[in-house]
Design a protein around this ligand. Structure first.
Ligand SMILES: NC(=O)c1ccc[n+]([C@@H]2O[C@H](COP(=O)([O-])OP(=O)(O)OC[C@H]3O[C@@H](n4cnc5c(N)ncnc54)[C@H](OP(=O)(O)O)[C@@H]3O)[C@@H](O)[C@H]2O)c1
Length: 332
């Protein structure tokens, strides 16, 4: 495994992180979840990503049990707050009340005294940014949270938060968690340049485009049994990418991976890690073999010719519009 600094902070994260969205507490049984976590640890992954909302809080419980007994100092545990965790109007968003209540639930479920990286899962237009940042800062002072970050915030929102933190002497954001893959490059125009300047690192999600970039979804064929596209919880999220043009182009990436001696999944994960502003790629898995496959992308260098071949094939289907980074106008 290779490690990178998270933004300009002193924290090191593993180039590959393990995330449990859709899988733990939902798509996979607990025993399989444990095997995946075991495989991640065996392969040198130290950074684990979850959220209070995943599987309606069950994902944190499963991860907490799977990591029990592992030396705490050898792990970076990251979780998030914003999406609803209950039916009430205060069970969501980034208010002082919800953040304070949510962190205590996350600590309990993850069986830990502190969270290494606590992230605002989206921007909350209904809470003053000062309220959120002061609450995060309080959690850092209390030792419940070591670093703070955000997820899917625009460059403007990140800049605004950094400005307030500097003015008020509050802890600064060290990370953003955006979607980023060969197919989804919306952070490149604005978020990455701002982040590079300000020392914010990206921990990117869905680097394999939820499985699409493994090439296992074939054009004109039904999705393979047991894959995310067939899962009741996951199917809706992946459907945007299951179209003839996209899947045909993805198959054309095969010779590139082959020439480099990589699997398609490794090529996809290695691709996001070529961006120096990316600190880590979070991969999900429903089987331990997938973790063992994906992790081999750490440390892989792709040359300019390989990158150009990827661009030539995917060009027309790559999403680059920074306006695709959105948070709900009203809390969900
Ligand atoms: N901040 C946010 O808003 C946000 C949003 C989404 C995700 N995330 C984070 O990012 C993490 C990763 O997201 P993701 O699960 O969408 O990422 P991904 O790594 O792009 O996709 C993972 C899925 O692809 C399939 N897969 C993975 N490796 C494979 C391989 N080698 N061969 C074949 N299939 C393979 C598996 O699904 P099947 O076996 O079921 O096909 C697996 O669950 C999440 O767990 C979460 O921590 C954050």
């Amino acid at each position: 495994m290779k490690f990178r600094h998270l933004g300009r902070s002193g924290l090191m994260v593993s180039e590959i992180s393990y995330g449990n969205w859709i899988t733990h507490g939902s798509q996979v049984e607990e025993e399989t979840a444990r095997e995946c976590v075991r495989a991640a640890l065996d392969e040198g992954i130290t950074t684990f990503d979850t959220a209070d909302v995943y599987a309606a809080t069950k994902a944190e419980e499963v991860l907490g049990r799977a990591l029990e007994g592992v030396r705490r100092e050898s792990l970076e545990i990251c979780t998030k707050v914003y999406w609803p965790t209950g039916a009430g109007p205060n069970d969501r968003g980034l208010s002082r009340k919800h953040i304070t209540e949510s962190i205590h639930g996350s600590l309990r479920r993850l069986k830990t005294d502190y969270i290494d990286l606590y992230q605002a899962h989206r921007f909350d237009y209904e809470t003053p940014l000062e309220e959120t940042l002061k609450t995060f800062d309080d959690l850092v002072r209390q030792g419940k949270v070591l670093y703070i970050g955000v997820s899917e915030w625009t460059a403007e929102q990140i800049a605004q938060a950094l400005k307030i933190a500097d003015e008020l002497g509050l802890d600064r954001l060290v990370s953003n968690q955006p979607q980023y893959s060969m197919l989804w490059r919306v952070i490149e125009a604005e978020v990455v340049p701002l982040s590079e300047k300000e020392g914010v690192g990206q921990i990117v999600w869905s680097p394999i485009a939820q499985g699409v970039l493994t090439g296992k979804y074939l054009p004109g064929r039904p999705p393979p049994a047991g894959s995310r596209a067939t899962d009741p919880a996951g199917g809706g999220f992946i459907s945007r990418m299951i179209n003839e043009d996209m899947l045909t182009r993805v198959q054309e990436l095969r010779p590139i991976a082959g020439d480099l001696g990589l699997t398609m999944a490794q090529l996809a994960v290695a691709w996001v890690l070529q961006n120096p502003n990316v600190a880590s790629a979070i991969v999900g898995a429903t089987r331990p073999e997938q973790v063992r496959d994906n992790v081999k992308a750490a440390g892989v260098k792709l040359d300019a010719e390989a990158l150009k071949r990827v661009d030539d094939i995917l060009g027309p289907v790559v999403e680059r519009d920074p306006a695709k980074t959105v948070s709900p106008a009203k809390r969900p």
